[in-house]
Design a protein around this ligand. Structure first.
Ligand SMILES: [Zn+2]
Length: 537
């Protein structure tokens, strides 16, 4: 999971409701898998590391033992994702022409420029266009680019969106501003914080120049670099304000306007930026692990339902002090998701009748680097792309209390919503609305990359009821993405078994139903990403 991780409220622990106990054998198997995958010996399963490769071998071995068939490349279990790590040996040179005078920018202090996985050398100069929030959306009537020509320009967008959008739509629009800029012909993209204080998300200027990992395929396409977008930039608050020198309105005035009106008109800016940079590249591969259970119905077996969970985590802490725990074990994020996916696979295999549709089980890589493995698979599937009809993502189940409700991200947009409700009812699990819309979880896990390909998908978050709010509060506040997400936590293995069973029942229903999962008629995401697909009333 890749959250914004803001501050979380700690709440008093209520008395816990009784939940039906789970099958102890299921709980034991999940525990065994988590204990292996989260062990110190795997060193945090970083994308491309030996620890992750060993974890991938383990998942493949489990797939074999369960009775799945290899679903990867060349008849094997794996799809090797071609990754590239880009970094700087020498800081890039950034010069801003303001009022006819060159201002040399100090990289890491005044500005940040993301290393490039597409162009080793960059030498260019371009002007800026402010585009308001940088949104373009037919349904909601946003067209912040109207009347502006951004071809060959660097686009500057203010972070955020106008108030009042549904949380999934809001999350989607916020996460696709760079794609919009690229599709409008911009060559660079900058997002400025909505406020002039701290953003609470680390310093984007310093972060901007850090080494980054992306996939780059044989055609030169990359995962997180939109085509044509050569510059992903950030500016300090001072420098950002100076970009508006000579403009119709100052940055401060725009920020006030955004608070008051929530809608902004863009305009061209005066400064011009010259860039010279050399990126250093290091190429490597890391596997997706794919197992297949063939469907039993001759008419439906060509369709695939996908269960996935990310196997990678954050690796080792680079700046650990002597004696400090340096291993990001990722026990809940996401050894627990992979272990519960394996248990769901065992449930499928244990039934006397195979599901009607085929089922793919995928352990993703590169999730913590930006949902990269899932994105690569979604763009290079090992089965026909249009045969993937529905998806269940298992990511970061917080198994620290006996959950009695779940939030089903993405489910409300398709018939999967009813499937989740049915499966939940069969186990006494309620479905609750998103308790933390500010975290935009809908776009922060692997299923979103398939939603973007038009596939109805769901991610279940263990809910806030029955001690969940307190458990989530302390997990996100102290443990999430830290070396403390390890086996010393009091993991409730029964909850793991129930999470596995719930996801199994949802996927089983998707695989057996007469109709494939369908977007609801008029749904925003269905209409955006699968305009021609079938619809449910
Ligand atoms: Zn994570």
């Amino acid at each position: 999971m890749r959250l914004l991780a803001a501050a979380f409220l700690l709440v008093a622990v209520p008395s816990l409701a009784q939940v039906p106990s789970a099958d102890p054998a299921m709980a034991r198997r999940i525990r065994g898998d988590v204990e292996f995958l989260a062990s110190d010996n795997l060193e945090g399963r970083d994308t491309g590391s030996r620890g992750h490769a060993i974890a991938a071998d383990y998942v493949a071995a489990q797939f074999r033992a369960i009775g799945l068939e290899p679903g990867g490349e060349k008849g094997g279990w794996f799809q090797q994702v071609p990754f590239r790590r880009a970094s700087y040996e020498q800081q890039p040179k950034l010069t801003l022409m303001i009022g006819g005078k060159p201002v040399a920018l100090e990289v890491g202090k005044d500005a940040g420029l993301r290393p490039s996985v597409i162009a080793r050398s960059r030498k260019l100069s371009a002007g800026f266009v402010f585009v308001g929030f940088g949104l373009k959306d037919r349904r909601y009537g946003f067209d912040d680019y109207r009347g502006l020509n951004v071809k060959g320009k660097i686009v500057i967008a203010l972070a955020g969106t106008p108030a009042g959008l549904p949380s999934d739509v809001d999350a989607h629009l916020k996460s696709s501003k760079d794609l919009v800029a690229a599709s409008e012909g911009a060559i660079g993209f900058v997002e400025l914080p909505r406020n002039d204080g701290s953003t609470g998300r680390g310093d984007p200027v310093r972060r901007g120049g850090r080494p980054l990992v992306d996939w780059v395929d044989a055609d030169g396409r990359a995962g997180s670099t939109p085509p044509g977008l050569q510059l992903l930039l950030s500016f300090s608050q001072d420098m950002a304000a100076r970009l508006f020198d000579g403009a119709p309105r100052s940055l401060a005035a725009i920020r006030d306007e955004a608070k008051a009106k929530g809608h902004l008109r863009g305009f061209e800016l005066k400064p011009v930026l010259a860039v010279e940079s050399e990126s250093k590249w290091e190429d490597f591969t890391s596997p997706e692990v794919i197992g297949l259970l063939k469907g039993s119905d001759p008419a439906l077996a060509a369709q695939h339902v996908v269960l996935m969970g990310h196997l990678d985590h954050l690796g080792m802490k680079q700046d650990a002090k002597p004696g400090e725990d340096a291993i990001y074990n990722g026990a809940l994020d996401n050894a627990a998701g992979v272990a519960t996916m394996l248990e769901a696979a065992r449930q499928f295999a244990a039934q006397p009748v195979r599901p009607k549709r085929s089922v793919l089980f995928i352990a993703n890589t590169g999730e913590e680097r930006g949902l990269l493995g899932a994105d690569y698979y979604a763009n290079h599937p090992t089965v026909a792309a249009d045969s993937i009809v529905g998806l269940v993502d298992l990511d970061m189940p917080v198994l620290l209390y006996p959950f009695t409700d779940v939030t089903a991200f993405g489910a409300d947009h398709s018939t999967i919503g009813a499937t989740v409700a049915d499966a939940g009812r069969s186990m006494g699990v309620a479905v609750a609305p998103d308790p933390m819309p500010q975290e935009a979880i809908f776009t922060r896990s692997d299923h979103y990359q398939f939603v973007r390909k038009g596939v109805p998908a769901v991610l279940l978050m263990t809910g806030y009821a029955n001690g969940g709010a307190a458990a989530w509060g302390s997990y996100l506040g102290k443990v999430y993405h830290s070396p403390q997400d390890d086996l010393s936590q009091r993991i409730d293995w029964d909850s793991g078994a129930r999470y596995a069973l719930l996801n199994y029942r949802i996927a089983r229903e998707m695989a057996d139903a007469a109709q494939r999962p369908m977007w609801l008629k008029g749904d925003y995401f269905g209409d955006l990403f699968d305009a021609k697909g079938p619809r449910a009333p």
